[in-house]
Design a protein around this ligand. Structure first.
Ligand SMILES: Cc1ncc(COP(=O)(O)O)c(C=O)c1O
Length: 381
Protein backbone atom coordinates (compact mmCIF):
# COMPACT_ATOMS: atom_id res chain seq x y z
CA UNK A 1 0.00 0.00 0.00
CA UNK A 2 2.82 2.27 -1.05
CA UNK A 3 0.47 5.11 -2.06
CA UNK A 4 -0.56 5.74 1.56
CA UNK A 5 2.95 6.69 2.64
CA UNK A 6 2.57 10.25 1.39
CA UNK A 7 -0.24 10.75 3.93
CA UNK A 8 2.18 10.27 6.86
CA UNK A 9 4.85 12.98 7.07
CA UNK A 10 6.79 11.23 9.86
CA UNK A 11 7.83 8.62 7.29
CA UNK A 12 9.98 11.19 5.51
CA UNK A 13 12.51 10.97 8.30
CA UNK A 14 11.72 7.86 10.35
CA UNK A 15 10.94 4.19 9.86
CA UNK A 16 7.87 3.82 12.07
CA UNK A 17 6.88 0.27 13.00
CA UNK A 18 5.31 1.01 16.37
CA UNK A 19 1.56 0.68 15.79
CA UNK A 20 1.26 -1.59 18.86
CA UNK A 21 2.10 1.56 20.86
CA UNK A 22 1.72 4.72 18.75
CA UNK A 23 1.11 4.75 15.01
CA UNK A 24 2.43 7.39 12.65
CA UNK A 25 0.10 10.40 12.40
CA UNK A 26 -1.65 11.06 9.10
CA UNK A 27 -1.91 14.55 7.61
CA UNK A 28 -5.67 14.31 8.15
CA UNK A 29 -5.25 13.65 11.87
CA UNK A 30 -2.71 16.47 12.16
CA UNK A 31 -5.08 18.83 10.33
CA UNK A 32 -7.86 17.87 12.76
CA UNK A 33 -5.62 18.88 15.66
CA UNK A 34 -5.14 22.22 13.94
CA UNK A 35 -8.91 22.56 13.34
CA UNK A 36 -9.54 22.35 17.07
CA UNK A 37 -6.83 24.88 17.77
CA UNK A 38 -8.28 27.21 15.12
CA UNK A 39 -11.77 26.83 16.56
CA UNK A 40 -10.45 27.87 19.98
CA UNK A 41 -8.77 30.90 18.48
CA UNK A 42 -11.38 31.78 15.88
CA UNK A 43 -14.62 30.99 17.72
CA UNK A 44 -13.57 31.27 21.34
CA UNK A 45 -16.16 28.74 22.38
CA UNK A 46 -18.04 26.48 19.98
CA UNK A 47 -19.76 23.68 21.87
CA UNK A 48 -22.12 22.87 19.00
CA UNK A 49 -19.25 22.16 16.63
CA UNK A 50 -17.19 20.40 19.32
CA UNK A 51 -20.08 18.07 20.15
CA UNK A 52 -20.78 17.50 16.44
CA UNK A 53 -17.22 16.32 15.91
CA UNK A 54 -17.23 14.22 19.09
CA UNK A 55 -20.49 12.51 18.12
CA UNK A 56 -19.22 12.00 14.60
CA UNK A 57 -16.17 10.14 15.97
CA UNK A 58 -18.47 7.96 18.03
CA UNK A 59 -20.66 7.17 15.00
CA UNK A 60 -17.57 6.19 13.03
CA UNK A 61 -16.39 3.84 15.79
CA UNK A 62 -19.88 2.27 15.79
CA UNK A 63 -19.59 1.79 12.03
CA UNK A 64 -16.12 0.27 12.43
CA UNK A 65 -17.36 -2.51 14.74
CA UNK A 66 -20.90 -2.76 13.29
CA UNK A 67 -23.12 -1.63 16.15
CA UNK A 68 -25.63 1.10 16.89
CA UNK A 69 -24.23 4.43 18.07
CA UNK A 70 -26.28 4.18 21.29
CA UNK A 71 -24.17 1.14 22.17
CA UNK A 72 -20.95 3.18 22.35
CA UNK A 73 -19.63 5.18 25.32
CA UNK A 74 -16.73 7.64 25.12
CA UNK A 75 -14.14 7.04 27.81
CA UNK A 76 -10.64 8.28 28.57
CA UNK A 77 -8.80 4.96 28.48
CA UNK A 78 -9.23 1.20 28.41
CA UNK A 79 -8.41 1.22 32.15
CA UNK A 80 -11.45 3.46 32.72
CA UNK A 81 -13.64 1.10 30.67
CA UNK A 82 -12.82 -2.09 32.57
CA UNK A 83 -13.07 -0.33 35.95
CA UNK A 84 -16.48 1.06 35.08
CA UNK A 85 -17.80 -2.31 33.90
CA UNK A 86 -16.56 -4.09 37.03
CA UNK A 87 -18.18 -1.45 39.26
CA UNK A 88 -21.49 -1.95 37.53
CA UNK A 89 -21.68 -5.74 37.83
CA UNK A 90 -22.90 -7.66 40.89
CA UNK A 91 -19.98 -10.04 41.38
CA UNK A 92 -20.43 -11.34 44.94
CA UNK A 93 -19.89 -15.11 45.24
CA UNK A 94 -19.19 -15.23 41.50
CA UNK A 95 -16.02 -15.78 39.50
CA UNK A 96 -14.23 -13.42 37.12
CA UNK A 97 -12.06 -15.10 34.49
CA UNK A 98 -9.12 -13.33 32.90
CA UNK A 99 -6.06 -14.50 31.00
CA UNK A 100 -2.31 -14.32 31.42
CA UNK A 101 -2.29 -12.47 28.09
CA UNK A 102 -4.54 -9.57 29.13
CA UNK A 103 -2.93 -6.14 29.41
CA UNK A 104 -2.10 -5.53 33.12
CA UNK A 105 -4.81 -2.86 33.60
CA UNK A 106 -7.45 -5.58 33.24
CA UNK A 107 -6.04 -7.75 36.04
CA UNK A 108 -5.27 -4.71 38.18
CA UNK A 109 -8.86 -3.42 37.90
CA UNK A 110 -10.22 -6.86 38.77
CA UNK A 111 -8.01 -6.97 41.90
CA UNK A 112 -9.11 -3.46 42.90
CA UNK A 113 -12.76 -4.43 42.52
CA UNK A 114 -12.17 -7.55 44.62
CA UNK A 115 -11.57 -5.21 47.56
CA UNK A 116 -15.20 -4.03 47.21
CA UNK A 117 -16.98 -7.25 46.24
CA UNK A 118 -16.25 -10.79 47.36
CA UNK A 119 -15.58 -12.86 44.23
CA UNK A 120 -12.95 -15.28 43.01
CA UNK A 121 -10.55 -14.77 40.09
CA UNK A 122 -9.46 -17.43 37.63
CA UNK A 123 -6.43 -16.84 35.41
CA UNK A 124 -6.34 -18.75 32.12
CA UNK A 125 -2.70 -19.64 31.40
CA UNK A 126 -0.94 -19.34 28.10
CA UNK A 127 1.02 -22.18 26.58
CA UNK A 128 3.49 -22.00 23.68
CA UNK A 129 2.71 -18.32 22.95
CA UNK A 130 -1.07 -19.01 22.69
CA UNK A 131 -4.20 -19.78 24.67
CA UNK A 132 -5.88 -22.97 23.55
CA UNK A 133 -9.62 -22.57 22.90
CA UNK A 134 -10.11 -25.71 25.02
CA UNK A 135 -8.93 -23.72 28.05
CA UNK A 136 -12.02 -21.53 27.80
CA UNK A 137 -14.19 -24.64 28.03
CA UNK A 138 -12.15 -25.76 31.01
CA UNK A 139 -11.80 -22.52 33.01
CA UNK A 140 -15.15 -20.76 32.42
CA UNK A 141 -17.76 -22.37 34.65
CA UNK A 142 -21.45 -21.94 35.45
CA UNK A 143 -20.30 -19.61 38.26
CA UNK A 144 -18.40 -17.23 35.94
CA UNK A 145 -20.03 -13.84 35.70
CA UNK A 146 -17.49 -12.13 33.46
CA UNK A 147 -14.74 -13.38 31.15
CA UNK A 148 -12.10 -10.83 30.07
CA UNK A 149 -9.91 -11.50 27.06
CA UNK A 150 -7.65 -9.55 24.74
CA UNK A 151 -8.56 -9.89 21.05
CA UNK A 152 -4.87 -9.60 20.18
CA UNK A 153 -2.08 -9.88 22.77
CA UNK A 154 -0.12 -6.70 23.44
CA UNK A 155 2.99 -8.79 24.10
CA UNK A 156 3.24 -11.13 21.12
CA UNK A 157 0.31 -10.41 18.80
CA UNK A 158 -1.53 -13.72 19.41
CA UNK A 159 -5.06 -13.32 18.00
CA UNK A 160 -8.13 -15.05 19.42
CA UNK A 161 -11.36 -16.30 17.85
CA UNK A 162 -13.98 -13.97 19.35
CA UNK A 163 -17.01 -15.90 18.15
CA UNK A 164 -15.79 -19.25 19.49
CA UNK A 165 -14.96 -17.74 22.88
CA UNK A 166 -18.24 -15.78 23.06
CA UNK A 167 -20.17 -18.99 22.33
CA UNK A 168 -18.37 -20.83 25.14
CA UNK A 169 -18.79 -17.94 27.60
CA UNK A 170 -22.49 -17.61 26.82
CA UNK A 171 -23.12 -21.35 27.05
CA UNK A 172 -21.92 -21.13 30.68
CA UNK A 173 -23.84 -17.91 31.43
CA UNK A 174 -20.79 -15.60 31.43
CA UNK A 175 -20.52 -12.18 29.80
CA UNK A 176 -17.56 -11.61 27.47
CA UNK A 177 -15.42 -8.44 27.77
CA UNK A 178 -12.99 -7.99 24.87
CA UNK A 179 -9.99 -5.64 24.95
CA UNK A 180 -9.55 -4.85 21.26
CA UNK A 181 -6.92 -2.13 21.69
CA UNK A 182 -4.32 -4.18 19.74
CA UNK A 183 -6.69 -5.24 16.97
CA UNK A 184 -9.05 -2.35 16.19
CA UNK A 185 -7.96 -0.70 12.95
CA UNK A 186 -5.87 -3.67 11.79
CA UNK A 187 -8.43 -6.48 11.89
CA UNK A 188 -12.10 -6.43 10.87
CA UNK A 189 -14.33 -6.55 13.94
CA UNK A 190 -18.05 -7.27 13.90
CA UNK A 191 -19.58 -7.28 17.37
CA UNK A 192 -22.91 -8.56 16.09
CA UNK A 193 -21.49 -11.50 14.21
CA UNK A 194 -19.14 -12.49 17.03
CA UNK A 195 -21.70 -11.88 19.79
CA UNK A 196 -19.32 -10.23 22.27
CA UNK A 197 -21.03 -8.31 25.07
CA UNK A 198 -18.52 -5.55 25.73
CA UNK A 199 -15.63 -4.43 23.50
CA UNK A 200 -13.19 -1.62 24.18
CA UNK A 201 -10.43 0.11 22.21
CA UNK A 202 -8.39 3.28 22.50
CA UNK A 203 -7.29 5.33 19.49
CA UNK A 204 -3.52 5.44 19.82
CA UNK A 205 -2.46 2.17 18.27
CA UNK A 206 -3.78 0.72 14.99
CA UNK A 207 -6.59 3.29 14.91
CA UNK A 208 -4.05 5.99 13.99
CA UNK A 209 -5.09 8.46 16.69
CA UNK A 210 -3.71 9.77 19.96
CA UNK A 211 -4.08 8.75 23.63
CA UNK A 212 -6.75 10.17 25.93
CA UNK A 213 -9.83 8.69 24.28
CA UNK A 214 -11.26 5.18 24.18
CA UNK A 215 -14.57 3.78 22.99
CA UNK A 216 -16.59 1.16 24.80
CA UNK A 217 -19.25 -0.95 23.11
CA UNK A 218 -21.84 -2.43 25.45
CA UNK A 219 -24.64 -4.49 23.88
CA UNK A 220 -27.76 -2.35 24.32
CA UNK A 221 -29.95 -4.88 26.16
CA UNK A 222 -27.06 -5.54 28.55
CA UNK A 223 -26.18 -1.85 29.01
CA UNK A 224 -29.69 -1.04 30.11
CA UNK A 225 -29.50 -3.57 32.95
CA UNK A 226 -26.26 -2.04 34.29
CA UNK A 227 -26.00 0.77 36.82
CA UNK A 228 -22.47 2.20 36.78
CA UNK A 229 -21.31 3.99 39.88
CA UNK A 230 -18.49 5.88 38.14
CA UNK A 231 -20.67 8.28 36.23
CA UNK A 232 -21.00 11.91 35.17
CA UNK A 233 -23.40 14.40 33.71
CA UNK A 234 -22.69 13.29 30.12
CA UNK A 235 -24.02 9.85 31.13
CA UNK A 236 -27.44 11.21 32.07
CA UNK A 237 -30.68 10.91 30.10
CA UNK A 238 -31.02 14.69 29.97
CA UNK A 239 -27.48 16.06 29.92
CA UNK A 240 -28.53 19.69 29.93
CA UNK A 241 -31.36 19.28 32.48
CA UNK A 242 -28.95 20.26 35.28
CA UNK A 243 -30.87 18.32 37.94
CA UNK A 244 -28.45 17.81 40.80
CA UNK A 245 -31.08 15.79 42.73
CA UNK A 246 -31.93 13.32 39.97
CA UNK A 247 -30.05 10.31 38.61
CA UNK A 248 -31.41 9.08 35.28
CA UNK A 249 -29.04 6.93 33.26
CA UNK A 250 -28.65 7.74 29.57
CA UNK A 251 -29.77 5.42 26.78
CA UNK A 252 -27.79 2.24 26.19
CA UNK A 253 -24.04 2.56 26.65
CA UNK A 254 -24.31 6.34 27.06
CA UNK A 255 -24.75 5.77 30.80
CA UNK A 256 -21.02 4.98 30.96
CA UNK A 257 -20.07 8.45 29.70
CA UNK A 258 -18.67 10.52 32.53
CA UNK A 259 -17.78 14.23 32.35
CA UNK A 260 -17.10 16.54 29.42
CA UNK A 261 -15.64 14.35 26.66
CA UNK A 262 -12.01 14.69 25.52
CA UNK A 263 -12.82 17.04 22.63
CA UNK A 264 -9.32 17.50 21.19
CA UNK A 265 -8.77 13.74 21.19
CA UNK A 266 -12.17 13.29 19.53
CA UNK A 267 -11.16 15.67 16.72
CA UNK A 268 -8.19 13.44 15.95
CA UNK A 269 -10.27 10.28 16.41
CA UNK A 270 -12.87 11.57 13.96
CA UNK A 271 -10.25 12.17 11.25
CA UNK A 272 -8.37 8.95 11.95
CA UNK A 273 -11.49 6.77 11.90
CA UNK A 274 -12.59 8.46 8.70
CA UNK A 275 -9.26 7.55 7.14
CA UNK A 276 -9.47 3.90 8.26
CA UNK A 277 -13.10 3.56 7.11
CA UNK A 278 -12.37 5.12 3.73
CA UNK A 279 -9.81 2.38 3.05
CA UNK A 280 -11.65 -0.47 4.79
CA UNK A 281 -10.38 -2.83 7.46
CA UNK A 282 -10.68 -5.88 5.15
CA UNK A 283 -8.11 -4.32 2.82
CA UNK A 284 -5.86 -3.25 5.70
CA UNK A 285 -6.07 -6.67 7.36
CA UNK A 286 -5.19 -8.48 4.17
CA UNK A 287 -2.13 -6.27 3.57
CA UNK A 288 -0.98 -6.62 7.17
CA UNK A 289 -1.32 -10.41 6.92
CA UNK A 290 1.03 -10.25 3.95
CA UNK A 291 3.54 -8.20 5.98
CA UNK A 292 3.10 -10.58 8.91
CA UNK A 293 3.97 -13.62 6.78
CA UNK A 294 6.96 -11.74 5.38
CA UNK A 295 8.18 -10.73 8.85
CA UNK A 296 7.94 -14.29 10.18
CA UNK A 297 9.81 -15.64 7.16
CA UNK A 298 12.57 -13.02 7.29
CA UNK A 299 12.99 -13.32 11.07
CA UNK A 300 13.36 -17.09 10.75
CA UNK A 301 15.94 -16.67 7.96
CA UNK A 302 18.00 -14.59 10.41
CA UNK A 303 17.55 -17.18 13.19
CA UNK A 304 15.88 -14.59 15.41
CA UNK A 305 13.90 -16.07 18.29
CA UNK A 306 10.23 -15.29 17.68
CA UNK A 307 7.85 -14.86 20.62
CA UNK A 308 4.74 -14.70 18.41
CA UNK A 309 2.71 -17.54 16.92
CA UNK A 310 4.33 -18.76 13.71
CA UNK A 311 1.09 -18.96 11.74
CA UNK A 312 -0.41 -15.77 10.31
CA UNK A 313 -3.97 -16.93 11.06
CA UNK A 314 -3.09 -17.04 14.78
CA UNK A 315 -1.77 -13.51 14.98
CA UNK A 316 -2.47 -9.82 14.43
CA UNK A 317 0.14 -7.66 12.65
CA UNK A 318 2.55 -7.48 15.59
CA UNK A 319 5.56 -9.81 15.60
CA UNK A 320 7.64 -9.98 18.78
CA UNK A 321 11.32 -10.93 18.78
CA UNK A 322 13.11 -12.00 21.95
CA UNK A 323 16.05 -9.75 22.75
CA UNK A 324 16.29 -10.02 26.58
CA UNK A 325 16.58 -6.28 27.16
CA UNK A 326 13.73 -4.84 25.10
CA UNK A 327 14.18 -1.25 26.26
CA UNK A 328 17.85 -1.23 25.30
CA UNK A 329 16.97 -2.60 21.87
CA UNK A 330 14.32 0.11 21.46
CA UNK A 331 16.90 2.81 22.23
CA UNK A 332 19.50 1.34 19.87
CA UNK A 333 16.97 1.16 17.01
CA UNK A 334 15.82 4.72 17.71
CA UNK A 335 19.42 5.92 17.36
CA UNK A 336 19.13 4.83 13.70
CA UNK A 337 15.70 6.38 13.14
CA UNK A 338 13.85 3.04 13.44
CA UNK A 339 10.89 3.34 15.81
CA UNK A 340 9.77 0.09 17.45
CA UNK A 341 8.24 -0.58 20.84
CA UNK A 342 9.58 -2.96 23.50
CA UNK A 343 7.77 -4.93 26.18
CA UNK A 344 9.85 -6.70 28.78
CA UNK A 345 12.15 -9.12 26.91
CA UNK A 346 10.80 -8.54 23.41
CA UNK A 347 10.95 -5.91 20.70
CA UNK A 348 7.75 -5.66 18.64
CA UNK A 349 7.52 -5.03 14.90
CA UNK A 350 4.07 -3.54 14.43
CA UNK A 351 3.53 -2.40 10.84
CA UNK A 352 0.53 -0.52 9.46
CA UNK A 353 -0.79 0.14 5.96
CA UNK A 354 1.99 2.69 5.29
CA UNK A 355 4.82 0.23 5.93
CA UNK A 356 6.66 -1.72 3.27
CA UNK A 357 8.68 -4.92 3.14
CA UNK A 358 11.79 -2.72 2.95
CA UNK A 359 10.87 -1.25 6.36
CA UNK A 360 10.65 -4.76 7.80
CA UNK A 361 14.03 -5.76 6.33
CA UNK A 362 15.63 -2.59 7.67
CA UNK A 363 14.30 -3.23 11.18
CA UNK A 364 15.19 -6.93 11.20
CA UNK A 365 18.71 -6.25 9.93
CA UNK A 366 19.22 -3.71 12.71
CA UNK A 367 17.75 -6.04 15.36
CA UNK A 368 20.11 -8.80 14.22
CA UNK A 369 23.04 -6.39 14.39
CA UNK A 370 22.15 -5.03 17.85
CA UNK A 371 21.19 -8.36 19.39
CA UNK A 372 24.63 -9.22 20.84
CA UNK A 373 24.53 -5.90 22.74
CA UNK A 374 21.12 -6.48 24.36
CA UNK A 375 21.88 -10.10 25.17
CA UNK A 376 25.27 -9.13 26.67
CA UNK A 377 23.57 -6.53 28.89
CA UNK A 378 21.43 -9.25 30.43
CA UNK A 379 24.47 -11.43 31.18
CA UNK A 380 26.30 -8.50 32.81
CA UNK A 381 23.38 -7.56 35.15
C1 LIG B 1 -4.27 -4.42 24.79
C2 LIG B 1 -4.11 -3.18 25.61
N1 LIG B 1 -5.06 -2.87 26.50
C3 LIG B 1 -4.96 -1.76 27.26
C4 LIG B 1 -3.87 -0.93 27.18
C5 LIG B 1 -3.80 0.28 28.07
O1 LIG B 1 -4.84 1.12 27.72
P1 LIG B 1 -5.11 2.50 28.49
O2 LIG B 1 -3.80 3.15 28.69
O3 LIG B 1 -6.04 3.21 27.58
O4 LIG B 1 -5.76 2.14 29.78
C6 LIG B 1 -2.87 -1.21 26.26
C7 LIG B 1 -1.71 -0.29 26.13
O5 LIG B 1 -0.70 -0.60 25.64
C8 LIG B 1 -3.00 -2.37 25.46
O6 LIG B 1 -2.05 -2.70 24.58
Amino acid sequence: MQNYRKDFPTLNTLTVLSSCSQSAMSNKALEALKDYQESLVGSGMDWIEWMNVTNSAKRKFAELINCDVSEVAIMGSVSDCISSILHSLPLSCKDVVTTDMDFPCIGQSILAQQKKQDFSITYIPEKDEKISISYYNKYITENTKLTCIPHVSYYNGFKQDLKAIADIAHSKGSLLFVDAYQSAGSVTIDVQETGVDILVAGMQKYLLGIPGIAFMYVRKELAETLEPSTIGWFGQKNIFGFHHDLLEYGEGANRFNTGTPPVVNAYVANAALDYILSIGTDKIESYLNELSAFTLEEAQKRNLKIASPLTVADKGPTTAIYCEDGNKMEQLLRSEGIILSARKDVIRLAPHLYNTKEDIIKALDAIERFLPETLALKVMK
